[in-house]
Design a protein around this ligand. Structure first.
Ligand code: AMP
Ligand code: MG
Length: 365
């Protein structure tokens, strides 16, 4: 009896000394949105509390999907595309994303262009009725891609937040407007998941979550804090030429986005055509790269720049990285020949995966 008491006392003492922290149980959920399967893992204080955060995250995903998806008839993006040149009132989220995305379009000199939708449609990348447009058609389509024609009328307003953190529009306030010339169409497919990732991370942090992994369809991942045991999240980078992961990146309060020709493509007459288009030609970007992964604090930056760097190619992409330290990003670029390049600021968080250890990695300085 005495022995048992002693044991309990010892255990209690040990607990007090070590903090006796039990690893919290994760709450996980998956949902289909933005044309992809998103999965979220959240570690919280208790199951009930964590479940509440999960519900809020799920609501936010549904809300952003309904505003930003080009396929959804009532979305802001679709209303802009159907307006025939008239100004369209949009929600705060849409205006915020458009403002940030247009900045990235400008910084990348149009390698990212959010008005590529007519070309995306013509190739059949929406609806999966794939076809190869003729050279004449492509020239016409390229003429319709021009992000500088998007007019964003931002109103200076402050809308009070409702209980769910969303703006409460019950008070009449002037909304932001977007005007797009008739015949042009927006496609936020290259940036919407990134914006959503940032919004979810902010919501999770605002709800006291310090450990979560938000996976917005493999291509965009946001790490909130670190793993519950304090070590960084370890996220695989897909081999663009295979099924596995060729590298692992350690992330802590950091986002990662990958764009690759393997993610959506079709083949015709032995030629592969993928979904990332060069806005100059309205045809799949053939820059010699097969995937680009960007790591940055902002998931929107990761999403937008991974697409843009894929269009730019290795030389231009590397120079863009050197010229834009203010965007705070690092990158991993893989060529169609399988060469791997990694920017200098990422080397201490990057390692080759099992089975790829003998591959050479060139560090970009
Ligand atoms: P991501 O998967 O983020 O690289 O984005 C690719 C998606 O964005 C495509 O499926 C198209 O809907 C659209 N897109 C393709 N090329 C471009 C481009 N150069 N700039 C902006 N959006 C693009
Ligand atoms: Mg992108």
């Amino acid at each position: 009896m005495r022995k048992r008491l002693l044991c309990i006392l010892l255990a209690a003492l040990l607990c007090a000394l070590t903090g006796c922290k039990k690893t919290p149980e994760p709450v996980e959920f998956s949902t289909f949105a933005m044309d992809t399967l998103m999965s979220v893992t959240v570690y919280g204080k208790g199951e009930k509390e964590t479940q509440r955060v999960q519900d809020r995250l799920a609501t936010k995903i549904r809300r952003l999907d309904s505003l930003l998806s080009v396929i959804n008839e009532d979305s802001d993006v679709n209303r802009i595309n159907q307006a025939g040149g008239a100004p369209v009132e949009v929600e705060d989220h849409t205006a915020q994303l458009l403002a940030a995305a247009l900045e990235l379009c400008e910084a990348t000199n149009g390698a990212l262009d959010i008005t590529a939708y007519p070309a995306v449609k013509a190739w059949g990348f929406t609806g999966e009725k794939y076809r190869v447009p003729s050279p004449v058609e492509l020239e016409e389509l390229a003429g319709k891609i021009d992000y500088t024609a998007v007019e964003l009328g931002l109103e200076s307003h402050s809308v009070p937040a409702g209980p769910d953190g969303e703006p409460d529009w019950t008070d009449p306030v002037k909304r932001d407007t977007v005007t797009l010339p008739a015949g042009m169409e927006l496609d936020l497919g290259a940036v919407a998941k990134g914006y959503t990732g940032d919004q979810l991370a902010e919501l999770a942090r605002g709800n006291g979550i310090s450990s979560a992994l938000l996976n917005l369809g493999q291509s965009t991942i946001v790490a909130v804090g670190s793993k519950p045991n304090g070590s960084p999240w370890r996220v695989g980078v897909r081999d663009p030429a295979g099924e596995g992961y060729f590298a692992v990146v350690e992330l802590e309060d950091m986002a990662m986005g990958t764009s690759g020709g393997y993610q959506r493509f079709f083949e015709e007459d032995g030629i592969t055509y993928w979904h990332i288009l060069d806005p100059e030609t309205a045809a799949p970007a053939r820059s010699g790269l097969s995937s680009v992964t960007v790591v940055a604090p902002s998931a929107l930056t990761c999403d937008g720049l991974s697409t843009a760097l894929f269009v730019m190619g290795l030389e231009r992409g590397a120079q863009f990285w050197r010229d834009h330290p203010e965007l705070e990003f690092e990158a991993i670029l893989v060529t169609e020949d399988g060469e791997i390049y990694c920017t200098a600021g990422l080397t201490d968080r990057f390692s080759l995966a099992e089975g790829y250890k003998d591959r050479e990695v060139t560090v970009l300085e």
